[in-house]
Design a protein around this ligand. Structure first.
Ligand SMILES: NC(=O)c1ccc[n+]([C@@H]2O[C@H](COP(=O)([O-])OP(=O)(O)OC[C@H]3O[C@@H](n4cnc5c(N)ncnc54)[C@H](OP(=O)(O)O)[C@@H]3O)[C@@H](O)[C@H]2O)c1
Length: 250
């Protein structure tokens, strides 16, 4: 497939890395110039072209711009009705994309994270997209979300990433201070959570089951969990998610 990317930044680079070597022609836009040159240097199936050439030469186009830029540039590009468009952008609803990318009408929203570079990531999408499934269905898990509001709620949930990684980093830093081995501390903390997540995917365990397994009364886990609850951490997280609802029109 000829797969184009408008906006060559963080998330486009991760998708290009994930798709490279799988028999596609990957056509990326010139900005950011340094990232584009880096990708073209690393992967022989990547070409760098202008925005208009990306659209003209692609069967599927990923939109990876910031919302304000998208509103300025997309309308002038040579869209066709026979191509699929997949936006990864927050704050640009499908109705706006239908106008900006007309006459293309096979338009979907998805939410890749940087782990799409290595596969086994989760890609919620709305509406369901044959193009997204054809490109990532074998390497990643596609979750079709029935409504656009539901997809936007996944955008909010994707923002759990930074605060939860930050908590893990804080724990790893603390461990490193005790052991004098910060690298080993990161490996340990990451490994603990990788193990739980593997258990969830391989054994179908859910969060409740894992928490029950850690709930021994007076145990270290129960003690720390209670202390964080008393300090308001879960409430702060829920409040933060609620705070995103206005922007995401939920
Ligand atoms: N990062 C994530 O984990 C993530 C996850 C899910 C969704 N998203 C969404 O992905 C979109 C991009 O995010 P990002 O983190 O990848 O941001 P980013 O790294 O800033 O990428 C945006 C890219 O757009 C380029 N650009 C600016 N003006 C352009 C133009 N006129 N034509 C072509 N390209 C232009 C920028 O180039 P310059 O550097 O030269 O300005 C930059 O490379 C956002 O809408 C965000 O909501 C991001």
């Amino acid at each position: 497939m000829r797969v184009g990317f408008i906006g060559t930044g963080e998330i486009a680079a991760a998708m290009v890395e994930g798709l490279s070597g799988r028999g596609h022609e990957l056509i990326i836009s010139e900005r950011n110039a340094e990232i584009a040159a880096g990708l073209a240097g690393r992967f022989s199936d990547v070409q760098v072209k202008s925005n208009a050439e990306v659209v003209a030469g692609s069967d599927v186009v990923f939109l990876c711009l910031m919302a304000g830029v998208a509103r300025d540039v997309l309308g002038a590009l040579p869209w066709r009705s026979d191509q699929a468009v997949i936006s990864v952008m927050v704050d640009v609803p499908l109705a706006d994309l239908a106008v900006l990318c007309a006459p293309a009408s096979d338009i979907a929203l998805t939410i890749p994270l940087s782990s799409v570079a290595t596969g086994a990531s989760v890609l919620p999408c709305h509406p369901d997209s044959d193009a997204l499934r054809a490109l990532f269905g074998e390497s990643d898990t596609i979750i079709a979300v029935p409504t656009e509001a539901g997809l936007n709620a996944h955008f909010a949930a994707s923002a759990l990433s930074a605060p939860l990684l930050n908590l893990m980093q804080t724990g790893a830093q603390w461990l490193g201070e005790q052991t004098g081995d910060p690298n080993g501390a990161e490996i340990y903390v990451a490994g603990v959570f990788a193990g739980f997540l593997r258990q969830m995917s391989l054994q179908g365990a859910d969060f409740e089951q894992l928490l029950n397994g850690l709930a021994t009364e007076g145990g270290l886990n129960a003690t720390l969990k209670q202390q964080m609850a008393d300090a308001g951490a879960p409430d702060a997280l829920r409040e933060g998610l609620e705070g995103l609802k206005g922007r995401l029109k939920l």
